[in-house]
Design a binder for this molecule. Structure first.
Ligand code: SIN
Length: 290
């Protein structure tokens, strides 16, 4: 199904520069904190569907302004995760490498592995938005892998083999796959395993994409070990260098990406113990993959 064509009355009031053959477009000349009309938003949406990753430079956004921009794309997703004090994450939460006193520390976590946000939910995320508030002098990149390209690259036989498969995704699998402490009973209750197609159709453009990542456990209906190994092999093929765009952050970048056709991961390529990396994150709820 093709995206419905929209009439755009005049050229968008911003400039666009494609960033890589994999996706990504740099947008300049728009202040996302200032009000703008639906025709501008429609142009942003068209760019999002075409390029999958939008990079707005030099944005000075308050938390409220980021939430307001996020809301234009749909319902803001609540987080099941909890802060160390037991409270739920706020709608806008902060990704950082700081200890309780605000000093940079070495961190690791699931976001350093290839994933698509919240695929352990029955209704996973549509898009994720990060605003770079503090960036290291070098590194601290985020990588994106294009799952349309990964699907297109498979030979016909493999496409036929994976087309009808469903994978089980779960928070429990995430913890296991990322060598972290096991999911607690509360987490398992709050985030039970879900089943998603290994190949999904983008709900707007209709293009097919592999739907994989570190939240997967096994293939529904196959022996667990065998399915797990199969998914790992597919993930390795799907994340080869040809399908990857690496985003090098600049302070003020507002980056948003389409979780329905991309995997992403943070890269631990900065001096975590002496440099600060602080990003404000919001997420829009998606639809059930099919
Ligand atoms: C994320 O996985 O949502 C965050 C990625 C990053 O920290 O670069």
């Amino acid at each position: 199904m093709a995206a419905p064509a929209r009439e755009i009355a005049s050229p968008p009031p911003f400039t666009m520069k494609p960033l890589s053959p994999v996706g990504g477009v740099e947008i300049r000349g728009i202040d996302l904190a200032a009000p703008f009309g639906d025709e501008v938003f429609d142009a942003i949406m068209d760019a999002f569907l075409e390029h999958h990753i939008l990079v707005f430079r030099d944005q000075k956004l308050s938390g409220e302004a980021q939430l307001a921009f996020t809301r234009r794309f749909g319902e803001i997703e609540e987080h099941v995760g909890r802060l160390p004090n037991g409270e739920k994450y706020p709608l806008l939460h902060v990704i950082h490498n700081l200890d309780e006193d605000g000093n940079p520390v070495r961190i690791s976590g699931g976001n350093y592995f290839w994933h698509t946000d919240k695929s352990y939910h029955a209704v996973p995320s549509l898009l994720t938005m990060l605003h770079a508030v503090e960036t290291p002098s070098e590194g601290g990149d985020t990588q994106f892998a294009n799952m349309h390209m990964a699907w297109d690259s498979l030979d016909r036989e493999t496409q036929e083999e994976v087309s009808d498969l469903c994978a089980i995704h779960s928070w429990e699998a995430n913890r296991r796959n990322t060598n972290q402490s096991p999911a607690t009973d509360v987490q398992k209750r709050e985030r039970p395993p879900v089943r998603h197609p290994v190949v999904r159709s983008h709900p707007v453009t209709g293009r097919k994409a592999l739907y994989l990542g570190i939240h997967t456990s096994h293939i529904d209906g196959r022996p667990k070990e065998e399915g797990h190994a199969f998914l790992n092999r597919l993930l390795r093929r799907a994340t080869k260098a040809d399908f990857i765009y690496t985003h090098k952050w600049q302070k003020g970048d507002l980056v948003l990406w389409d979780n329905r056709c991309l995997l992403h991961r943070a890269v631990a390529n900065f001096d975590m113990e002496s440099e600060r990396r602080v990003l404000h994150r919001t997420v829009v709820k998606g639809t059930v993959p099919y």
